[in-house]
Write a protein that binds this ligand. Sequence first.
Ligand SMILES: N[C@@H](CCC(=O)N[C@@H](CS)C(=O)NCC(=O)O)C(=O)O
Length: 221
Amino acid sequence: MLKLPVLYTYRRCPYAMRARMALCLSQQVFVAHEIVLRDKPQALLAASPKGTVPVLVLPDGQVLEESLDIMRWALSQRDASGWGASLQTPQAQHWLALNDGAFKASLDRYKYPQRFGLPSGQGARGEAVHAMLLPLNHLLEQQPFMAGLAMGGLDLAVFPFVRQFAAVDAAWFAGLPCVAVAQWLAQCLSSEVFEAAMCKLPANTPQVFPGLIPGPAPIDS
Ligand SMILES: N[C@@H](CCC(=O)N[C@@H](CS)C(=O)NCC(=O)O)C(=O)O
C-alpha cells in the first residue's frame, strides 16, 4: 500500500499553518494528525522528542521537525506557481529570523504576560510594533506582498504570526499606523490556500488531509 507523509499538526499553531499551506500548495497528499498539545501522541515524541508541531514524517522515515524545513521540502516537490522562490533570498532570511525570533518572543509576552511574570503585555506589544510591524509596513507600502507583486512563500511563513498578534486586541491593532500591513493581512486571510489549510479535523483522528487545493489547469496538447 502507498505510504503517505504524516504531518503532526495543531490547527491554531502559526508554525503548523505555514507548513500546511505549503503542503496544500504543493498538492501533497498527506495524512494529518491533529494533536492535543497537553497529550502528545507517542508516535510524535518517538519521531521528534522535542515535541513541537509541526512535524512531518516522510515515507522513507526522514523526519522534518522545523516548519520552515517542511515548507521548503513541500515546495521543492512541486511548485507550479513559484511560491518557494521568495523563501530563498537574503531578504527572506532577514524577515524569517526577525519573525521567528524577536517578533515571536514579543508576541508570546504580549499574549501571555503572566507566564513571563509581567504585569501586562503592553511593553512587549510596543517592541513588536517597532521591531517588526513598522518595518513590514514600510516594505508593504512599496509593494503588495513581501517579495513583490504576488503572494509567495515568505508571506505564508510570516502572516500567521501577524494574524495572531492582530487578534490579541483587534481594535487596538486597527488603530496602528500600519494600514499596509492590515491590507496585506486581509489579503492573506482571504486567500484560497489559507482557507484550504484551516479545515477542521477532529483531534487524534489521523486522516488524509482534505484541504487540498486544485492545481493549475492542464495544458491542452
Ligand atoms: N521552531 C519550530 C517551533 C514550533 C513550535 O514551537 N510549535 C509550538 C506550537 S505553536 C509547539 O509545538 N509547542 C509545544 C508545546 O506547546 O508543548 C518550528 O518552526 O516548527
